[in-house]
Write a protein that binds this ligand. Structure first.
Ligand SMILES: Cc1ncc(COP(=O)(O)O)c(C=O)c1O
Length: 405
């Protein structure tokens, strides 16, 4: 390897020299790692991938503090657990750190047993995954063919569309009706190429739910050759008794695949762990597609411990419930519109350009989500935080709405 002059675009790389244990410092010219003729590369890339807009994740706290030179910022942008992880999960993690030189259990045996008991289904009806996102990906890889259609609510969780496009499938968007998933509109979109229908319940970002009667009528009217994914990432937060839990319909409709996560109510987003619940015959195929060690060792032990930590879940649900009431009360007092929610986040109509309000809130050290990319140009989405984070949000919103023109 030739040596290059050190410049702003070079980084030092330490590589072993001649197989010995000594290391030599080599400079890598970053400019020379760039592909000059991007159109050549473009020809190699799969068609569907060219049309994907990258996922916009909530801004990390550290990034905001670094960029704006502030400290003590709060993040209410990614619908995480305001109380942090379950203390039992933390204890289990600490007890298992010494084992991470081993591969994890490829079948997540213990976790599957615990989830099977919780949901009263056979263990092979459960598939733990690297975040519930992985379940979407596995289902699409298994059932979608190029040109096949996936019907999704719009706006909703953007990854449904991105994964579909990545597999050269065609996302078919069914607009929401009054901020709710419109099952009739979804049904009308079904055609000969439809392979999969995705219902997000509660829907992100609106927080609204599809209720039992509508859900039951819908799944019974869907042809047998179409797979239905029910994404219940926020299902634990729902208080409406008319909420249809996807896994209850396994016997009625074996093509229903429910996905759930430990990222929200259980506070394990950083470990990446979720799961699917579906007929064992479906799981049999998904198991062929997944990576053998898709759920890491620490995620498995933390999830098992979190499942036993009922106190933490109860405290989380209470915190979210109280936080929502606090938001509702304060927004009503200020005549600010919002969409009543069944999840741990709330859509608020700020009545001004949401990107402008988002930026102004960032300067106040509060990270929320602008909903411009969802097509809601004067709405933001805020996750429920701790009581002090919620107060900080309301105070900052007051300040920002007062100043934003
Ligand atoms: C609707 C919805 N589904 C799925 C997910 C992904 O969750 P996980 O962290 O389990 O991959 C999210 C995450 O924000 C979400 O909002």
């Amino acid at each position: 390897m030739s040596r290059v002059e050190k410049s702003a675009s070079t980084i030092p790389l330490t590589v072993p020299a001649g197989g010995s244990c000594c290391a030599t410092l080599v400079m890598v010219d970053l400019q020379r790692t760039r592909i000059e003729n991007v159109s050549d590369l473009d020809q190699l890339v799969c068609e569907g991938i060219k049309n994907i807009t990258p996922y916009i994740a909530g801004k990390p706290l550290e990034e905001l503090e670094r960029e704006y030179g502030i400290t003590g910022a709060v993040k209410l942008a990614s619908n995480e657990n305001p109380l942090g992880p379950s203390p039992k999960a933390i204890e289990a993690l600490l007890n298992h750190l010494h084992s991470i030189h081993r591969y994890p259990d490829a079948n997540s045996y213990k976790l599957k047993q615990m989830l099977a008991e919780k949901f009263d289904v056979p263990p092979d009806a459960i598939l733990p995954a690297n975040g519930s996102n992985e379940i979407i990906e596995l289902v699409l890889k298994t059932f979608l063919r190029p040109g096949g259609e996936v019907i999704v609510p719009e706006p909703s969780f953007s990854l449904y569309t991105k994964f579909t496009q990545a597999l050269d499938g065609v996302p078919i968007k069914a607009p929401l009706k009054e901020f709710s998933v419109d099952l009739e509109a979804m049904k009308e979109k079904i055609g000969p190429r439809t392979r999969i229908v995705i219902i997000n319940n509660p829907n992100n970002p609106t927080g609204t739910i599809v209720r039992k009667t509508a859900f039951e009528q819908f799944i019974r009217s869907i042809p047998e050759n179409i797979v239905i994914i029910v994404d219940e990432a926020y299902g634990e937060f729902v208080t409406d008794p008319d909420f249809p839990q996807g896994h209850h319909y396994l016997t009625d409709k074996p093509w229903v695949i429910t996905m759930k996560t430990f990222s929200k109510a259980y506070g394990l987003a950083g470990l990446r762990i979720g799961y699917g619940i579906a007929a064992p015959e479906i799981m049999h195929y998904l198991n062929r597609v997944r990576q053998p060690f898709n759920v890491n060792l620490l995620a498995q032990v933390a999830a098992c411990a979190a499942l036993t930590d009922h106190d933490h879940v109860i405290k989380t649900l209470r915190t979210v419930n109280d936080g929502l009431h606090y938001f509702y009360q304060n927004l009503k007092q200020r005549n600010i519109e919002f969409i009543p929610t069944q999840a741990n986040y709330l859509m608020i109509r700020v009545g001004k350009n949401s990107d402008t309000v988002y930026e102004a809130l960032l300067k106040e050290g509060v990270i929320v989500r602008s909903l411009t990319s969802f097509g809601f140009h004067d709405y933001i989405r805020v996750s429920v935080g701790t009581p002090s984070e919620n107060q900080r949000f309301i105070a900052s919103l007051d300040k920002v709405l007062h100043h934003c023109s």
